[in-house]
Design a protein around this ligand. Structure first.
Ligand SMILES: *[C@@H]1O[C@H](CO)[C@@H](O)[C@H](O)[C@H]1NC(C)=O
Ligand SMILES: *[C@@H]1O[C@H](CO)[C@@H](O)[C@H](O)[C@H]1NC(C)=O
Ligand SMILES: [Zn+2]
Length: 319
């Protein structure tokens, strides 16, 4: 794998300190003294939407000026491939559940102190939280996915790395129940001495993620921004195992929320998770819409600067 060394070089290069997180109004920054949850002040349309983020706070200028902004369309040339096993993702199970919060701008699982971590090229990053976007922020080779999970990690040096995982909808074709029915039917045919097509006995791609289904079973308890619930016990190994069977598409980008700080090491998983249609609809009703539009090719003019030039050029009086 020729790209391996350069992937680590890229991650090392990306390792400049940033002072916020993707979904940056996280509990780390905004949990008020006394334990309350402060709800995010930015939004996704109108006066607080992505076109205005840079005006909400002087610290947000990268949102309008930065040339390595996230999310992007994950197309060839924009990323290096790293084997997921090289990132040494570890997430312990959570038999007591985790805190699951509605921050107004996203829904977030708190992981600080859980022992969850990654280790990239010898640098350890501790998992702080994971949260969700609906629809996906990154585009999978140009295609938007129903949701995206962001797992946010931070090193002792305050370098930030985020693992992005697309979430698709399980239409039921691969569901466990259907699989079990197929298996039972196959067993009957076996018993009757009938011939069986090999495909009848092969498990196809993953069904709905049990971890996500379990977490989202509490979503209606945090309908209101600023609320928190203790989730049911979560088995994280399924999630980790699924991600580890694929690769990561790595690039150096930014937080996708204000202050849009650059120098974030992104790793977008090639393995997707799935949720049931029913869970997706419940989550969508709470999260509504929380995706920043896809940004320009890495290194190119910021989309907002580009937009300003466009407006200036069309509003010039005709010569
Ligand atoms: C990405 O999309 C392009 C254009 O549709 C296609 O030619 C290419 O094969 C796709 N790449 C992958 C890895 O699917
Ligand atoms: C299919 O998956 C089920 C559940 O994980 C498992 O019990 C079964 O052995 C699998 N069947 C095959 C043919 O791999
Ligand atoms: Zn995010």
């Amino acid at each position: 794998m020729a790209s391996r060394l350069s992937s680590f070089a890229l991650l090392a290069m990306a390792a400049s300190p940033v002072f916020g997180f993707c979904g940056s109004r996280t509990h780390l920054h905004t949990r008020a003294e006394g334990g309350g949850i402060e709800v995010g002040k930015f939004g996704y349309f109108g006066e607080t939407g992505p076109f205005k983020w840079a005006t909400l706070d002087a610290a947000n200028s990268a949102c309008a000026m930065g040339k390595n902004q996230s999310p992007i369309s994950m197309v060839d040339g924009q990323f290096n491939v790293i084997g997921a096993s090289e990132v040494k993702l570890e997430i312990p199970d959570a038999p007591q559940g985790i805190e699951f919060e509605n921050l107004g701008t996203t829904i977030e699982g708190v992981m600080e102190g859980s022992g969850a971590k990654i280790n990239v090229g010898g640098t350890e990053f501790e998992m702080k939280q994971f949260h969700f976007h609906q629809p996906s922020e990154h585009l999978d080779n140009g295609t938007s996915m129903p949701m995206e999970m962001h797992m946010v990690f931070q090193s002792a040096e305050k370098e930030v790395s985020v693992i992005g995982v697309y979430i698709d909808i399980d239409t039921g074709a691969n569901s466990a129940a259907l699989q079990a029915r197929h298996q039972a039917m196959a067993n009957k045919r076996f018993a009757a001495g009938m011939k069986i097509m090999p495909s009848t006995l092969t498990n196809s791609t993953a069904a709905a993620s049990t971890m996500l289904e379990t977490l989202f079973s509490s979503i209606e308890e945090i309908k209101t921004p600023g609320t928190v619930v203790k989730s049911k016990p979560l088995v994280m190994s399924e999630l980790v195992d699924t991600i580890k069977t694929g690769n990561f598409q790595a690039y150096s980008g930014s937080l996708t929320t204000p202050p849009c700080t650059e120098g974030v090491s992104w790793m977008v998983a090639t393995q997707k998770l799935k949720i049931s249609t029913a869970s997706y609809e419940k989550v969508r009703n709470v999260v509504k819409f929380n995706s920043r539009f896809a940004q320009n090719t890495l290194g190119s003019t910021n989309m907002l600067s580009m937009g300003a030039e466009t407006v200036a050029s069309v509003s010039k009086p005709a010569a």
